[in-house]
Design a protein around this ligand. Structure first.
Ligand code: B12
Length: 222
């Protein structure tokens, strides 16, 4: 029964049917299905199927945008559930997609899993300039600055942001980066403290960065 509704939500993403995505996601949440199963076996496969269509030129940018909007609505339904899971705050994170980058599905997933693991997350959205990142870290007294980039052309803004943060007085702030074109080697080269390939490993890495010991690693929200 779960398999069927997961396939239905994935298909609704491909069809860009925002209302259906919202209602299937809400139905799965009511059934108390695992949030990660809903994301990993429903919403993301739907987005990847849309992305395949884009590759084959069956979809163009407007269709891709609508599909990602549908995924966002699904994530919007799930976010409060993850927040409820863990009310004890373990750290504060400022996050955003870097300058000129409008991709935010991966970032939004990272937010959900961090919040589900007790992090207080301030989301700056997309196309965030280095100055805005640094101002937000200071304003919110964040211990971690997290950045997402999906374009090889926007990745260098991570480096610029790190340089700006490091030149400020906020020397203890840890930097976590991710996004499809980002690698561990790139993270090291630009002076980031941590890198995650998958959103699900972000809480464990973030806790490691803050020196929080004795907590489970990996996909802790399950
Ligand atoms: C959806 C999409 C769009 C949507 C974005 C909508 C939105 N609200 O996000 C729209 C239509 C706007 C778009 C526009 C463009 N896109 Co686009 N897009 C995609 C697509 C199909 C899917 C991205 C996605 O959402 N993936 C699903 C999520 C879940 O995966 P993810 O983002 O990688 O995130 C995971 C990890 O990377 C990680 N993660 C991500 N961020 C972070 C951050 C931290 C801190 C951590 C710890 C982890 C982490 O966790 C996530 C979950 O595990 C990809 C192709 C692909 N298959 O990736 C192309 C793609 C990224 N786009 C691409 C391009 C070129 C563009 C455009 C220039 C238009 C074009 N000519 O195609 C514009 C640029 C707009 C801009 N200025 O940003 C290229 C990039 C090529 C490159 N190497 O630079 C890709 C790879 C497509 C391709 N093969 O050509 N795009």
């Amino acid at each position: 029964m779960n398999g069927q509704i997961l396939r239905q939500v994935a298909e609704a993403v491909v069809q860009r049917d925002c209302k259906a995505v919202e209602s299937f996601t809400a139905k799965m949440a009511e059934r108390r299905m695992d949030v990660f199963q809903i994301i990993n076996e429903g919403l993301i496969p739907g987005m990847l199927a849309a992305s395949q269509k884009f590759r084959k030129s069956e979809f163009f940018i407007p269709e891709l945008l609508m599909a990602s909007r549908a995924v966002k609505l699904g994530l919007h339904v799930l976010r409060p559930l993850m927040r409820e899971k863990n009310k004890q705050v373990v750290g504060r994170v400022v996050i955003g997609s870097v300058k000129f980058d409008l991709h935010d599905i991966g970032k939004n997933l990272v937010i959900i899993v961090l919040e589900g693991n007790g992090f207080d997350v301030i989301d700056l959205g997309v196309d965030v300039s280095p100055e805005k990142f640094v101002r937000a870290v200071e304003k919110h007294d964040a211990q971690i600055l997290a950045m997402s980039s999906l374009l090889t052309s926007t990745m260098p803004w991570m480096k610029t942001t790190i340089q700006l943060l490091r030149s400020s007085s906020m020397t203890g702030v840890k930097i976590l980066i991710g996004g499809a074109p980002v690698t561990q080697v790139y993270a090291q080269n630009i002076g980031a403290d941590g890198y995650c390939r998958e959103a699900t490993s972000a809480p464990a890495i973030a806790k490691d960065l803050l020196g929080i010991k004795g907590l489970q690693s990996g996909n802790e929200s399950r």
